[in-house]
Design a protein around this ligand. Structure first.
Ligand code: UGY
Ligand code: MN
Length: 261
């Protein structure tokens, strides 16, 4: 899938993998351990299911390469299910029943429950996207709505006031119609969380660039671009970025604005 391939270890007879799966707590799934899945609606795509209820998540995450001509014409989402797409690479046409949006790198679309998301790669290059779906938790008197944007047009904030950590919010942060948000968090080399977070909310994170060390439940793990990390509710979490060339950045989900059920 275009990432450094540590399956060489397998060929050398070392049988090494960095994957760590602690169901209902945390998981690290390196890119080179992924297999292609057949997922209803996705045609001419290399798609892998990442987070799911079987890991302990309340959402499904996917990483998908739309080959030229790759598409989903059946629709992603539907009754009760909210969906989100973030375009990591290439170009992709993303539509609901009303209109189409031409996404370029950094582009995203959120559709509220009841809508269907259609996708098509009409370019002659592969397009890579991170996809999310979750059963919406309604709140009386409030409603979510479609959001379309591009990370490159947003102004990041300094996460918790730190000079070397930036945060982009993709959905409104002050609207109780939304029961979750998707963000990008970026650490300059040497940058880190200010403390080990311990919180009710869960995360699915896909690493977009760089390398770092991630603390999950008080153990440290090396992580890099292409890894997926699941963090269940209350899993302790923190990281720091290493290397010189690239910041460590990930796109991740976080539930919000609701009482525990
Ligand atoms: O928003 C968050 O809770 C985020 N800072 N968590 C994380 O990066 N593991
Ligand atoms: Mn967190």
């Amino acid at each position: 899938m275009g990432y450094k391939n540590n399956k060489t270890g397998y060929r050398d007879g070392l049988l090494e993998s960095r994957a760590v799966i602690k169901k209902n707590n945390y998981a690290i799934i390196p890119h080179d351990g992924l297999v292609n899945n057949a997922v209803p609606g996705f045609e001419n795509c290399r798609i892998s299911i990442l987070g799911s209820q079987h890991l302990g998540a309340s959402f499904n995450d996917y990483i998908c390469e739309f080959l030229p001509g790759g598409q989903n014409k059946l629709g992603f989402g539907g009754e009760g299910i909210e969906v989100f797409i973030y375009l990591i690479k290439g170009k992709l046409t993303v539509s609901d029943r009303q209109e189409s949006h031409e996404l370029t790198e950094g582009g995203y679309v959120f559709l509220p429950e009841g809508e269907l998301m259609f996708m098509e790669n009409t370019s002659d290059e592969m397009a890579e996207a991170f996809l999310y779906q979750r059963r919406y938790e309604p709140l009386e008197g409030h409603e979510a709505y479609k959001v379309v944007g591009n990370k490159n047009n947003l102004e990041p904030i300094h996460y918790e006031g730190m000079e070397d950590v930036l945060l982009w919010d993709f959905l409104p942060t002050d609207d109780f119609g939304f029961d979750m948000n998707i963000h990008v968090l970026q650490f300059q080399p040497g940058g880190s969380h200010g403390y080990i977070e311990t919180h009710y909310q869960e995360h699915g994170a896909y690493l977009l660039s760089g390398q770092g060390m991630y603390n999950l439940d008080n153990e440290w793990f090396p992580v890099e671009k292409g890894d997926y990390i699941f963090m269940a509710r209350y899993t302790q979490q923190a990281c720091y970025a290493v290397g010189r060339d690239e910041p460590l950045a990930y796109v991740y989900s976080k539930d919000a604005n609701r009482n525990p059920q």
